[in-house]
Design a protein around this ligand. Structure first.
Ligand code: SAM
Length: 295
């Protein structure tokens, strides 16, 4: 007989828009749900599970909802066709100008990066003044944000090291292709994307084992990590990172476009004071950035 968790995972990931979710991450969320819901755990362990039962459907629905929230899929739906098209077009790129043009289109296809597309140049100009040197970047919960390095300027891309992590599997291929193409235009450029579930304790060990870097991005990520349960998860990652600077960001408008009532995240300031980290703010019309100096 098949392991009950395997049966659940198969059902949970059978939706087309969840097909790209990393299996280990889905397993992690299923297990976390079973810890929260003892009735569901009892049902799963009863040895009498039926895919048609109310209990089975409720568990599948609850875990899918967590996965959708983490992947921001509920707002963009299935993007596989668009991804394939980008993959093909980027694969055929012959000039840097064309790669920049396509990168802008990719950034516009993801809600988070689309919201800041007019601000990238200004943001990178500010970052380049603050973070010196800026030769290595780690991007956590990256989405498609790594495509924005095209705004960093040609000089900085020579010798740049960029590691990008997310739970989303499907973006990995597109990012690696982009990194390979960029390496073809800039000597010494190295980029790599990988799957990492930052809510998993082992990620902290992995983060600690990475080489030192100049800047780490944690953009629009901490709400996914903390999930309204304090800020311990964010703090642990912040401390684990071997990065001189960390850039956290938060949206300042709601999904419907209205300004948030409390856009400032005072806890970031308190946390940095307690940890003795420096902090500077950069603000755009819809996003608040905290540049944390860990040195
Ligand atoms: C709102 S998007 C932000 C994307 C990107 N950082 C940006 O600002 O353009 C949140 C991202 O965090 C990722 N994410 C959510 N939970 C995660 C986790 N536990 N581990 C790693 N990445 C996660 C999602 O897959 C998604 O790409």
């Amino acid at each position: 007989m098949q392991n009950p968790k395997t049966i659940f995972l198969k059902a949970i990931l059978s939706k087309k828009e969840l097909a790209s979710v990393d299996l280990n991450y889905a397993k992690y969320e299923l297990e976390a749900f079973l810890v929260r819901d003892s009735k569901a755990k009892k049902y799963l362990e009863s040895g009498k599970i039926s895919e048609r039962s109310k209990e089975f459907k409720q568990i599948v629905k609850a875990v899918r909802s967590v996965l959708r929230r983490a992947h921001s899929l509920f707002e963009v739906g299935d993007r596989s066709e668009e991804y394939l098209r980008f993959h093909e077009e980027i694969g055929e790129v012959k000039t840097w100008k064309k790669l920049v043009e396509l990168s802008e289109a990719v950034l516009a296809s993801h809600a988070s990066s689309n919201e800041r597309k007019e601000d990238y140049k200004e943001l990178y100009t500010w970052l380049a003044k603050k973070v010196k040197p800026l030769n290595s970047i780690i991007d956590l919960g990256c989405g498609l944000h790594p495509f924005s390095v095209v705004f960093l300027g040609k000089k900085k891309l020579k010798g740049m090291n960029y590691l990008a992590f997310d739970i989303n599997n499907s973006e990995k291929d597109l990012l690696d292709l982009f990194f390979d193409k960029t390496a073809g235009f800039f000597e010494g450029f190295y980029g790599k994307a990988d799957v990492m579930n930052l809510r998993n304790k082992q990620s902290q060990k992995r983060l600690k084992s990475l080489d030192n870097c100049d800047l780490a991005f944690m953009l629009k990520l901490t709400d996914h990590l903390d999930r309204g349960q304090g800020h311990k998860a964010t703090e642990e990652i912040l401390v684990s990172l071997n990065s001189k600077y960390v850039l956290l960001s938060f949206p300042t408008i709601t999904r419907s476009g209205a300004p948030m009532r409390f856009p400032k995240r005072k806890w970031v300031k308190y946390l940095c004071n307690r940890l003795n980290y420096g902090i500077e703010i950069f603000e755009t019309k819809n996003e608040l950035f905290y540049l944390i100096n860990k040195c």
